[in-house]
Design a binder for this molecule. Structure first.
Ligand SMILES: Cc1cc2nc3c(=O)[nH]c(=O)nc-3n(C[C@H](O)[C@H](O)[C@H](O)COP(=O)(O)OP(=O)(O)OC[C@H]3O[C@@H](n4cnc5c(N)ncnc54)[C@H](O)[C@@H]3O)c2cc1C
Length: 386
């Protein structure tokens, strides 16, 4: 994709992928999006379609059942899905970047062989449990514990707001837990918990403002016992490892947000040409045309920001600041565009079956999940030396 930065043109294989996912979004996702949103149902048939297309394996090597692509390919797919249905896009994003990626990045060969083929094929989903009732932005406030006893980790605690954690195909939750103290500080490690383990419970799903077709639960761990081998990565490296996962994940969330922002532009252009008021299409008023021009500018700027962050990541350069900038501007572009698109649609924009109404409810979480707007600003300020 670095070729793109030099020529302004995406290589053919990326263009082809984007087109294939765009067709799938239009023909398979869009027709059922409003219904799943209204009924708060998980779109199993859509997830199965994404699995058949290999989307859950996009950035993983073929030896683990992946498609042999890269993280930018995943971002392009998320952008196309995000235009049409953010619930479906976040299901893919969380399944890949929070579910499978920690195992690919930090797992040993045995863990990779056991988990990756089922996750990259999309037959199973994994979730990542970091957030707790008292520890979100301040994730170091983790209270969940994992005590080592006779060759087993015994896990106790609660996680909250965990995506993909309670579906019929969720087989694994990776959790951060305090495994002791080192130099007077909490030692946080990451542990793999198969969802069939006694003592693990996915509590009833949340009633959310948006992302209604995405699966989100609080989790309870009561004397959950898993073998010593389920430690993921080095003991005590849990905090550092999840920071790396979140840095990457922010580029993916930025791509999804750009999709939402662009989806709002596309719907608004269509509507502004069709809808007539005072004897002419509303788009003939500059007040409307300029609003749409500003929306297009936001989507374009945010897309450039995530392309840049992805290019740096893929070429092995530091990308923390660029990922935070991309997440910041893209999530704000999505929210701002959703508000403007709803305004352009007038009363119809307030009706749930309209795509822009869904974007209006769905986009707010983009400014909160995988690091709030304030957390991105903290990271950018820190990188600037403040
Ligand atoms: C639908 C959904 C899905 C999610 N999926 C997952 C998941 O799969 N896995 C997972 O682990 N988590 C998940 N989350 C949790 C999400 O990442 C957290 O909600 C988010 O990180 C914020 O944490 P918090 O809710 O505890 O808010 P808090 O951290 O309590 O923040 C509250 C407010 O205070 C601000 N704030 C906090 N500290 C500062 C500071 N130092 N300076 C300035 N402002 C500050 C925040 O920006 C925010 O505005 C999900 C959340 C939702 C709603």
């Amino acid at each position: 994709m670095t070729e793109f930065l030099a020529t302004g043109q995406l290589p053919d294989e990326y263009q082809q992928l984007a087109k294939t996912v765009a067709d799938f979004a239009k023909n398979v996702v869009a027709p059922v999006a409003a219904e799943h949103d209204a009924n708060h149902t998980f779109p199993y048939e859509v997830v199965s379609g994404m699995a058949d297309m290999g989307l859950f394996g996009l950035p993983f090597p073929e030896e683990y059942g992946g498609m042999g692509g890269d993280y930018f390919a995943l971002c392009l797919a998320l952008e196309e899905l995000g235009k049409v249905d953010q619930s479906v896009a976040i299901t893919l994003e969380a399944g890949v970047s929070l579910g499978a990626m920690p195992i690919y990045r930090f797992g040993n060969e045995e863990q990779k062989q056991e988990w990756l083929p089922q996750l990259t094929s999309g037959k199973s989903l994994a979730a990542f449990g970091l957030t707790e009732p008292g520890a979100g932005s301040d994730a170091g406030g983790t209270k969940t514990t994992a005590k080592f006893d006779s060759g087993e980790w015994i896990i106790n605690g609660n996680k909250q707001f965990i995506t993909n954690s309670g579906t019929d195909i969720t087989k694994l939750v990776t959790v951060t837990a305090v495994t002791g103290t080192k130099d007077g500080k909490k030692e946080i490690s990451t542990i793999l918990v198969p969802t069939s383990t006694p003592g693990f419970t996915a509590e009833p799903a949340y009633n959310k403002v948006g992302w209604n077709a995405s699966d989100t639960h609080p989790l309870t761990f009561s004397d959950v016992r898993v073998p010593e081998e389920n430690l993921l990565g080095e003991r005590g490296r849990g905090y550092a490892n999840f920071l790396r996962i979140l840095d990457e994940g922010r580029i993916a969330i930025a791509a999804l947000s750009v999709g939402a922002a662009q989806g709002c532009v596309d719907e608004s252009v269509k509507y502004a040409k069709e809808r007539e008021a005072f004897g002419r299409p509303i788009g003939h008023n500059q007040a409307i045309a300029f609003k749409i021009a500003r929306m297009e500018a936001r989507a374009h700027t945010a897309r450039t920001a995530y392309y840049d962050a992805a290019a740096r990541m893929l070429s092995g350069k530091p990308f923390k600041k660029q990922a935070a900038i991309a997440k910041l501007v893209a999530s704000e572009a999505a929210m701002d565009n959703a508000r403007d698109a709803t305004q352009i649609h007038g009363g119809y924009g307030f009706m749930n079956e309209y795509t822009v109404a869904r974007h209006y409810r769905d986009s707010k979480i983009l400014e909160i999940g995988e690091g709030t707007t304030e957390v991105q600003l903290m990271l950018i300020a820190r990188e600037a030396g403040l």
